[in-house]
Design a protein around this ligand. Structure first.
Ligand SMILES: Cc1cc2nc3c(=O)[nH]c(=O)nc-3n(C[C@H](O)[C@H](O)[C@H](O)COP(=O)(O)OP(=O)(O)OC[C@H]3O[C@@H](n4cnc5c(N)ncnc54)[C@H](O)[C@@H]3O)c2cc1C
Length: 439
């Protein structure tokens, strides 16, 4: 073990919980000083989680345990702290002779704010904090319009993204193990249990890491919620337990490119949130802020519980509540139903998804919600109101998905009548949207 006062670098894990192909970790180890691998259970985040069996916390804990196991190969272990990051860093600067802190960039507004605070603490001790791109293929201003402004429409963004991509350069793996001998030698740090950080193990099944088997057929199967036609790797991309470079390389090398398109959407929404952080809570199209949302609490509750009387909407909400995941087609249908049929503020729905989705990602969730509500930068036109009945006929024609999640849908004694009439709801929302846009 290195002497406590001999110089070290620290690599701070956040949304990059893996030891392979990790940009920042590679650069940290390559420098030569012993590198302490650090993770902080951030109480600013944990204290706000209402469910003590939150599956995301179980997911992270599981990923940390796996990394710890792998680190024993290099006679090292994770240093895991619990608390407010700015205070934890204060303690770490007193405990170790830190020469540099290295991390991968986290683009969310809270992460940026947190980093600013930590930079101040480190700055007082003259310790630099260096960050690397790892979470996306292209970040910030790497894919922008010819005039240097950010794209706000997906299709031209995608065209430029594809034209900019050099797979040998942008998708190349970082060979972390080449310098693994530089991990700080220390095997006795303990990973706190879930209970020690105030949580319980979630009962939800955590998603697997396989995705290759869906790529070739994705364009045919992706819209049918009863088919296992999508990868379900969102949580692994969210927490970095899979490398976005490796996943994108596999998508790039496949014959069928529809799935690659989805990964570009992910970069697109991350870029939008970075350039327009205010859209996390405000409509991208400003005139949407004039809408008088009805915000009917009992109707919102019925939507959350999957009791709207629209079987496809209810199936989606029950799938979300019971598994922590919902199929993309049904995310669109349920989101549109809340914002348009019920005229409930899209932010209520966004917050509910944020609480329930294991793959919750602020950029994609806000992007998806604003798209469905019509307030987004490249959204579905405001006057297009998904008809849940027609959506069911097209995408769940044999009602397999509905039968799975709402088995009582045909029983008038057990299943509620529709909470709103489709035609009336459509007229109501169009009237309100027109009023809001005229004012
Ligand atoms: C209202 C709404 C809310 C959403 N909230 C989230 C969210 O919180 N987190 C999230 O990762 N995605 C979100 N999405 C996008 C999409 O629904 C999910 O990424 C997808 O359903 C996850 O399932 P999968 O992993 O099987 O995806 P696949 O279809 O297998 O796609 C592979 C990966 O590509 C990315 N991706 C796919 N579709 C999109 C998309 N439309 N936008 C951005 N990235 C995409 C995801 O990382 C996904 O894991 C939302 C969409 C809507 C309409």
């Amino acid at each position: 073990m290195a002497n406590k006062r001999s110089p070290v670098n620290i690599f701070w894990f956040r949304r990059d919980l893996r030891l392979t192909d990790n940009a920042g970790l590679y650069h940290a180890l390559k420098q030569g000083l012993p590198v302490i691998p650090l993770f902080i259970f951030d109480t600013h985040i944990l204290d706000k989680l209402p469910d003590k069996n939150d599956a995301r916390v179980t997911f992270i804990h599981h990923a940390l345990a796996e990394m710890n196991e792998e680190l024993t190969r290099f006679s090292s272990s994770l240093c895991v702290k619990y608390g407010k990051p700015e205070e934890v860093w204060q303690e770490l600067t007193a405990e170790f002779d830190i020469r540099e802190v290295i991390a991968n960039t986290d683009y969310e507004p809270y992460a940026t704010e947190r980093e600013d605070k930590v930079r101040k603490v480190l700055g007082k001790n003259k310790i630099p904090l260096t960050t690397y791109k790892d979470q996306v293929i292209f970040e910030k201003d790497e894919v922008v319009k010819d005039d240097g402004k950010p794209y706000t429409v997906f299709t031209p963004y995608k065209r430029k993204w594809l034209a900019t991509l050099n797979p040998e350069l942008h998708l190349k793996a970082y060979p972390v193990t080449k310098y693994a001998k530089n991990f700080y030698a220390h095997t006795s740090w303990e990973l706190p249990s879930l209970k020690q950080i105030g949580f319980e193990k979630s009962d939800l099944e955590l998603p697997g890491k396989t995705y290759r088997d869906v790529i070739e057929d994705y364009h045919r199967t992706r819209d049918f919620p009863s088919v296992e036609g999508t990868s379900r790797i969102g949580a692994h991309l969210r927490f970095g337990t899979l490398s976005i470079r490796k996943v994108t390389l596999d998508a790039w090398e496949a014959r069928e490119k529809t799935w690659l398109n989805e990964l570009v959407w992910r970069d697109f929404y991350a870029m939008i949130l970075w350039h327009f952080p205010e859209t996390a809570t405000a409509a991208f199209r400003k005139n949407f802020d004039n809408i008088r949302w009805r915000n009917h609490e009992a109707e919102f509750e019925a939507w959350c519980e999957g009791k709207t009387g629209y079987p496809l909407v209810d199936a989606g909400m029950r799938q979300l509540n019971e598994t922590g995941w919902m199929h993309n087609r049904i995310r669109m249908v349920t989101a549109s139903f809340l914002a348009k049929h019920l005229l409930i503020d899209w932010r209520w729905g966004e917050a509910y998804f944020a609480r329930r989705l294991i793959d919750y990602d602020m950029a994609s969730n806000v992007g998806g919600w604003q798209w469905a509500a019509g307030s987004g930068n490249d959204a579905v036109p405001y006057f297009r109101v998904f008809n849940p009945q027609l959506q069911q006929e097209r995408f769940d024609p044999e009602m397999k998905y509905i039968r799975r999640w709402v088995p009582e849908f045909h029983d008038p004694f057990k299943y509620p009548k529709p909470i709103v009439d489709h035609r009336e709801a459509r007229e109501r929302v169009l009237k309100e949207f027109k009023r809001a846009f005229a004012g």
